[in-house]
Design a protein around this ligand. Structure first.
Ligand SMILES: NC(=O)c1ccc[n+]([C@@H]2O[C@H](COP(=O)([O-])OP(=O)(O)OC[C@H]3O[C@@H](n4cnc5c(N)ncnc54)[C@H](O)[C@@H]3O)[C@@H](O)[C@H]2O)c1
Length: 277
């Protein structure tokens, strides 16, 4: 079991710091014999005319990303900067992997951003602008298509590879703490998962699955959107209590293993929350 991912290499997106769900997945992949490459948000040559505030945000994220990866996995771990809002940055990532001879057996999409949620306050959908809607869906959902497109275009995503992305039950149901704009983006992410699963399964044997996780306060995205009361309520409503990052990480390992004939799944890693009324 511990060698399940031996001789397999995976690209991990979405590590910001030690609280990131992607970090838990990366650790579990390594425990099971796999190797990782990390791509995190930071400043790229394609960022022009940024405000000082935007530059500072990207630099801080990049520093935390680099420090976290190097501390947790060592200085040898291949590391790339990726801004999923920038087509050229996604293309650069794929061409760098090709130049560095790093073919991959799959990747984790763990990227989300919604500027209509601020200080845990969710903007009503009725007030969301077209720009805010397109930003959120572009970063949090369509980036799955563009990353896959460029990786396949450069022949670095191998036939038979496995792609996983992270979603939330709000893609389907209005929960007790509605996300509005982000819920629409998660619904798009899940539909993209299903369409890509069909396209890529038939053409390249590539699997695409999404995992809906419990509300989790340990990450930046979690603390920006959730209150402790939200997490406690979900914990109470879930037959097994909220799932832990480790549960999610092990399911990702399972889906990343070679030659598994599972695709187009929207999995619940949520302690059974989804079966409750
Ligand atoms: N925290 C939760 O409660 C929870 C529950 C279910 C699903 N999820 C999902 O899990 C995933 C990871 O979230 P997390 O909780 O680990 O939080 P996180 O803040 O650690 O991860 C989100 C990541 O998205 C990255 N990102 C944002 N914009 C980007 C861009 N333009 N280009 C590249 N990367 C960008 C951030 O840098 C960060 O690393 C997200 O998709 C989130 O929606 C989270």
């Amino acid at each position: 079991m511990l060698n399940m991912l031996k001789n397999r290499r995976f690209l991990i997106t979405g590590i910001s710091d030690e609280g990131s769900l992607a970090l838990h997945a990366a650790k579990a992949i390594i425990e099971h014999g796999g190797q990782i490459i990390c791509a995190g948000l930071g400043l790229t040559p394609h960022h022009v005319g940024l405000s000082d505030k935007a530059k500072a945000y990207l630099s801080a994220n990049e520093t935390a990303f680099r420090e976290t990866v190097q501390r947790e996995f060592g200085p040898e771990t291949p590391l790339y900067i990726l801004d999923a809002t920038q087509e050229n940055s996604i293309a650069d990532l794929a061409s760098s992997l090709e130049e560095d001879g790093l073919e991959i057996d799959g990747f984790l999409h763990s990227i989300a951003m919604d500027r209509t949620i601020r200080n845990k306050k969710v903007k009503p959908l009725l007030d969301v602008t077209q720009e805010e809607f397109c930003d959120t869906i572009g970063i949090s959902a369509f980036s799955l298509v563009r990353i896959t497109h460029h990786l396949i275009g450069r022949n670095v995503l191998l036939p038979g590879a496995s792609i996983c992305s992270l979603s939330y039950i709000a893609a389907e149901k209005v929960t007790f703490h509605p996300y509005r704009n982000m819920s629409v983006a998660k619904a798009a992410l899940e539909r993209i998962t299903i369409e890509l699963a069909d396209e890529l399964g038939r053409s390249l044997g590539i699997r695409v699955n999404a995992l809906r996780f419990s509300p989790y306060l340990g990450s930046k995205a979690g603390t920006a959107t959730l209150d402790i009361e939200d997490v406690e309520k979900a914990d109470m409503m879930s037959p097994l209590g909220n799932a832990r990052p480790r549960d999610l990480a092990l399911e990702i390992v399972h889906l990343m293993q070679p030659e598994l004939r599972i695709t187009g799944e929207i999995r619940h890693i949520d302690g059974g929350y989804h079966i409750t009324g």
